[in-house]
Design a protein. Structure first.
Ligand SMILES: Cc1cc2nc3c(=O)[nH]c(=O)nc-3n(C[C@H](O)[C@H](O)[C@H](O)COP(=O)(O)OP(=O)(O)OC[C@H]3O[C@@H](n4cnc5c(N)ncnc54)[C@H](O)[C@@H]3O)c2cc1C
Length: 483
């Protein structure tokens, strides 16, 4: 870390990772510093949908429709093993705007936009199908066939692995990246920034790009500029349940409040992700209230019941595997947490070289990194044109490592991807559903491999095992309480 870098990127979520890749392949020498493990923040908690943009037609945001649709196609090309098409369904509703005729108009317009303006439907070999109207029923219901709007978004199968693949690609182009490197502060000395880690190390650079996703900047000269943003917590529930083979949006009607919420049920690794709920208060997994979880479970129950599922609330509670929670930027002008979410990433700058970027969608992280580096290029002739829309990311052609991989492959993975703990390997490196309970034999094998590769002593091994047990038992206690 001693030499000077062109840019320091703070935060190893999808925004920091895509930024590192963009800077590295365009000719700069960047370094990424992540305080915990890579992809252990909000980026591991997303609903995993790569939004194709059709939803923005409702608000007549044509630019957003096209941007997202193109990004879906680009990510499918550069990350073919991480990104797959996801069939989506929206049922016909009682209002005119939700009638099959409006859906027909919307899907026809979307198909034309996508074909004519180089979207996901424009190329012959595209894996994406046209949006249409479909008369069908969703899996596991006894209800009659209904009309649905049908379209294809994409799904990132493993949102942590894609973050790591952006980082590996950047490293292949000369970037550096460190996990467990907690940044304490940033200061400007002359025209060089000094980023200080909490362990006392410092890194010098021309630019600092803060993708740490906390509202407060790490650079005190910027502190007052972030006042217009507030943190909004967002939550999904993961169920050991099969709702449909497609991702389906279903209304949940609260009879007491006469209020309807739209919930999305997305199939993922033999489970279903459901959500999303938004809160103004900062909710974390450690402090999440049982009552909040109960309200969300009731919403889910009403939604499934309304769609004709035969499940009781008690059964549904038993099927709860885990909770995803993350923080997103909202504007402090609006009170309603969902409505307050910002539509484009927030970019603040000190006018010299410190930039704070707060992302709002996993889907558009690469695009926003590209746009941001384009603005630097206007004043920095070291920066080349972007090729991130066409270069396939590292590791995307190799089969991902799983628990059934050989010891040798898992050892390689530990060495090559900066694994520091058993949790890093189990929850963020292996291509497994991290919400299923790993059995003792699996954990012991992983522990042995990590201990040998990292040279851990008995005390450290015991500590790591306790951390894994803690994670597992906290999951168990959560589902027991929810009953
Ligand atoms: C429940 C939920 C569902 C969502 N669903 C979708 C979806 O379906 N599709 C979609 O496109 N988007 C979705 N999103 C939004 C998307 O997940 C986020 O916009 C995106 O992951 C934000 O990425 P990030 O890199 O900015 O933040 P993060 O992933 O949080 O990364 C920031 C990183 O910075 C690190 N950091 C913080 N402080 C420091 C420090 N001092 N020093 C070093 N490192 C630091 C953190 O540890 C963290 O790893 C969802 C979000 C949530 C919460």
């Amino acid at each position: 870390m001693n030499s000077k870098f062109d840019a320091v990127v703070i935060g190893g979520g999808i925004y920091g990772a895509a930024m590192l890749w963009e800077l590295a392949h365009r000719g700069l020498k960047p370094i990424l510093l992540e305080k915990n493990d890579f992809a252990s923040g909000t980026s591991s908690n997303s609903l995993k949908t790569i939004h194709g943009g059709i939803r923005y037609l409702q608000k007549l945001q044509f630019n957003r429709v096209l941007e997202s649709d193109r990004e879906k196609a680009i990510l499918t090309k550069i990350a073919p093993s991480s990104i797959k098409p996801l069939n989506c369904l929206l049922p016909e509703g009682s209002s005119i705007s939700k009638s099959r005729y409006s859906y027909w108009a919307g899907t026809t317009f979307f198909n034309i936009l996508s074909r004519c303006f180089k979207g996901s439907l424009s190329s012959n070999g595209s894996p994406y199908k046209r949006a249409s109207i479909l008369k069908t029923s969703i899996l596991n219901t006894k209800s009659a066939d209904k009309y649905f709007m049908s379209w294809q978004d994409a799904q990132v199968l493993n949102s942590e692995r894609l973050v790591l693949n952006f980082i590996s690609s950047a490293i292949d182009y000369g970037a550096s990246a460190y996990n467990y490197a907690d940044v304490g502060s940033v200061a400007l000395h002359g025209d060089v920034y000094e980023t200080s880690l909490k362990d006392g190390q410092t890194v010098k650079s021309d630019y600092v790009i803060d993708c740490s996703s906390s509202i407060d900047p790490l650079y005190d000269r910027m502190a007052k500029d972030s006042g217009y943003l507030k943190p909004v917590s967002a939550m999904n529930l993961i169920f050991d349940l099969s709702v449909s083979n497609s991702a389906v949006a279903l209304p949940s009607v609260n009879p007491d409040l006469n209020k309807s919420t739209m919930l999305f049920f997305s199939p993922w690794m033999n489970s279903t992700l459901a959500g999303t709920w938004y809160f103004n208060e900062k909710v974390t997994k450690a402090n999440v209230d049982k009552e909040i979880v109960d309200v969300c479970l009731l919403d889910t129950y009403r939604s499934l019941k309304g769609a004709g599922f035969s499940i009781t609330l008690t059964e549904l509670k038993r099927k709860l595997l885990d909770i995803h929670l993350g923080v997103l930027p909202g504007t402090s002008k609006l009170d309603d947490p969902e409505k307050s979410l910002i539509e484009y990433p927030s970019v603040q700058s000190d006018g010299v070289g410190y930039h704070k970027i707060m992302g709002n969608k996993y889907t558009t992280a690469r695009l926003n990194a590209k746009k941001f580096v384009d603005t630097l290029k206007a004043k920095d002739n070291r920066i080349k044109e972007s090729k991130s829309h066409e270069i396939q990311l590292s590791n995307e052609s190799d089969p991902p490592c799983t628990l059934s991989s050989t010891d040798q492959s898992i050892r390689e993975l530990i060495k090559m991807s900066q694994v520091k703990t058993v949790s890093d390997l189990l929850y963020r490196r292996l291509n497994e559903n991290p919400h299923r309970a790993f059995n003792e034999k699996e954990i012991k094998r992983i522990l042995e491999l990590v201990a040998t590769e990292l040279g851990l002593n008995d005390e450290e091994v015991a500590q790591q095992l306790a951390e894994v047990e803690l994670t597992e038992s906290s999951k168990r206690s959560l589902s027991i309480e929810a009953r």
